[in-house]
Write a protein that binds this ligand. Sequence first.
Ligand code: AMP
Ligand code: GLY
Length: 425
Amino acid sequence: MNILLIGSGGREHAFAYKLAQSKLCKQLFIMPGNAGTTQFGQNVKINPNDFAAVGQFSLENKIDLVIVGPEEPLVLGLRNYFEENENLKNTLFVGPDKMGATMEASKDWSKAFMYKNNIPTAAYKTFTSQNLEEGLEYLKTQKMPIVLKADGLAAGKGVLICQTLEEATSELQQMINDKKFGAASAKVVIEEFLSGIELSVFVLSDGNSYKILPTAKDYKRIGEGEMGLNTGGMGAISPVPFANDVFMQKVIDNIIEPTVQGLKNESIKYVGFIFVGLIKVGEEPMVIEYNCRMGDPETEAVLPRIETDFVELMVATAKGELQNIDLKISDKTTATVMMVSAGYPGDYEKGKVMTGFESVADSLLFHAGTSLNSNNEIVTNGGRVLAITSFGNSVNEAVSTSLANANKINYDGKYFRRDIGFEFL
Ligand code: AMP
Ligand code: GLY
């Protein structure tokens, strides 16, 4: 079949790798893709948010299956566009509609959803310019630290953990009055701070049934020991050692089942990935957030462990036939180390020539922010540049292989964390 994959990061390179392995994949297009995805398919220079152009491309290229990587086209309603178009509505599509994507697009909506469905999560209240004074009073009654979250999408920057009442007061005013995160912070969720260890659980839902994909833990801070600024993610491991059967049964009973049932109750036919960001508080899983897509770099660690034919899995999802799928997962551990540009997550330079690819052994390389220059050399083209994933019999083994290969890749200003998986070594 002809497949259109939307996105341009390491996540999409990992999707392309899995899709291209399948005998069912005839032609693979990646929109817009990166220098790595051309290894498995043809990059298409169309902006995925230009729905008319995506639709026209799909018709012209007889696309049978669309898979969406990032949240933005979903939040803007790409699935709805396909469903409402006579010529496109039969295209198989993995990714929720606009309503389903609200799980990620509105923190206020998703918190209300969790409360309604008795899903364990931090206590919260939501404020806007209408009741800002009440919000400032509310802060005075709360324990510090406290968490302030822009309701809308803020490119991963909309969550602030405030240590003092003064800081929280000032930030709440900046978010609502000064539009610190634009329209996204016109509404702010004030949330109790939870203390524990985080992990991600991924659910593949076909609207009727679901499958649980491997767990992963990502490492968000720029510095070793989880210090410094937040990033898109500096590495990941899968599975998460403490997510044993007892813990996962709690996740299923208290979180996944009520989430899937809750979506049905809202008449949302959710076809796609649900990324459940969890925190283990004591022995209990609680939800930090939902995303309507896979995580990045978690995908680069999770997908290589899926042994079931990936196109078959995506088709079954799109057709509502997941109950027929026998999901096979490798029992090996994977570790992903993300190589980034000097300066990231602040300002960084692009266009640094990358070398050493040919000496890499025993790892998968997923390009995140790369492109080809006019001499056809691979150059850096983003903050996060390259994800290196390795298998191992332990976290230690998998991480060591990824690090050994990260040492072989060179470019001006390269940086990566050497302590991915540190809690589990
Ligand atoms: P989010 O954008 O919702 O993923 O939040 C970003 C990060 O903020 C999370 O990965 C957590 O590390 C942290 N965070 C969010 N909510 C809370 C909370 N209620 N308690 C403690 N940390 C939180
Ligand atoms: N790695 C976190 C995310 O994809 O949102």
